[in-house]
Ligand binder design. Structure first.
Ligand SMILES: Nc1ncnc2c1ncn2[C@@H]1O[C@H](COP(=O)(O)OP(=O)(O)OP(=O)(O)O)[C@@H](O)[C@H]1O
Length: 261
């Protein structure tokens, strides 16, 4: 079998004496959307932070397409093709959509020493990307992010990850505080990201949102992965809820046994 896009092998993380991750093994395949579920404090954010270079792991290894990588900073993660979109989307509300898309990676026009941003090029790319992620209204790329809805902001963040061709897009609670229509929009963008060849890790407390969009569900509890191959098409929301809230190994096997492969 070919190497997965991402493989975390036996990863542990201590914050001082608190163990947030215990021998976690976790994979994401090419063109796969993985839902990461778990109760408060289960270790989801820590896993994502380790993978995106925001915090160092204590032990274990991370491989990207079979090659071992050191995630010492978020720059290392971005260089490895991993882009994380946090709840607040890390967008600058006063700046335009186009500027936000290129934040920190602005194209330069003319001689480098003049350091003049290529606004025209940024606007053109922004226009194409907005169309691609399916923002239906005709929003000009000069529009400040501050005047967009929560769902549209998420779409801009996803568009940015797609444009810079991140192999893995990590979405941490992207549907939080969004209305019904906006949530559907974000779920559509996520599917679009997969269709154009990207993989995603999708974290959401709303299990129904996860069910609508992911290919596979991984559940964490108290720093450990307790189930890593749940097929949302073959498993009920209730069964997954039981896994999240905790059952004995026997109960777990019984709940998931006939439904998973
Ligand atoms: N910076 C930190 N310092 C000390 N302990 C931490 C730190 N960050 C997280 N923890 C602890 O690590 C464990 C895992 O937390 P984490 O935030 O990864 O869980 P989570 O699954 O993302 O929870 P939530 O859904 O509430 O965000 C918890 O016991 C938490 O208290």
């Amino acid at each position: 079998m070919s190497e997965p896009l991402i493989r975390m092998d036996n990863v542990s993380k201590f914050y001082g004496r608190i163990q947030a991750l215990e021998n976690v093994s976790f994979t994401v395949n090419e063109r796969e959307i993985v839902g990461l579920l778990g109760d408060n404090g289960a270790g989801k954010s820590t896993l994502i932070k380790v993978l995106s270079g925001a915090v160092p792991l204590t032990s274990g290894s991370i491989y990207v397409r079979g090659k071992k990588v050191e995630m010492k900073s978020t720059t290392d993660a971005i260089a490895a093709g991993i882009e994380t979109i946090y709840q607040d989307s890390a967008l600058v509300t006063q700046l335009s959509i186009a500027r936000n898309l290129f934040l920190g990676r602005e194209p330069i026009k003319g001689p480098a020493f003049l350091n003049r941003m290529d606004t025209e090029m940024m606007n053109q790319v922004a226009r194409d990307l907005l169309k691609q992620v399916g923002i239906s209204k005709n929003i000009p790329p000069e529009t400040p992010i501050g005047s967009l809805s929560g769902g549209e902001r998420q779409a801009v963040a996803i568009a940015r990850a797609m444009h810079f061709d991140s192999d893995l897009i990590i979405l941490d609670e992207p549907t939080n505080n969004l209305g019904v229509a906006e949530t559907q929009g974000v779920l559509r963008f996520v599917r679009g990201a997969r269709d154009s060849g990207h993989s995603c890790i999708f974290i959401a407390h709303n299990i129904h949102h996860v069910f609508q969009v992911v290919d596979r569900i991984v559940v964490m509890r108290r720093g450990k992965v307790v189930a890593d191959d749940i097929d949302p098409k073959k498993t009920s929301v209730e069964a997954v809820e039981r896994v999240i809230t905790g059952m004995t190994d026997e109960e777990l096997a019984h709940a998931l046994g006939p439904n998973t492969h």
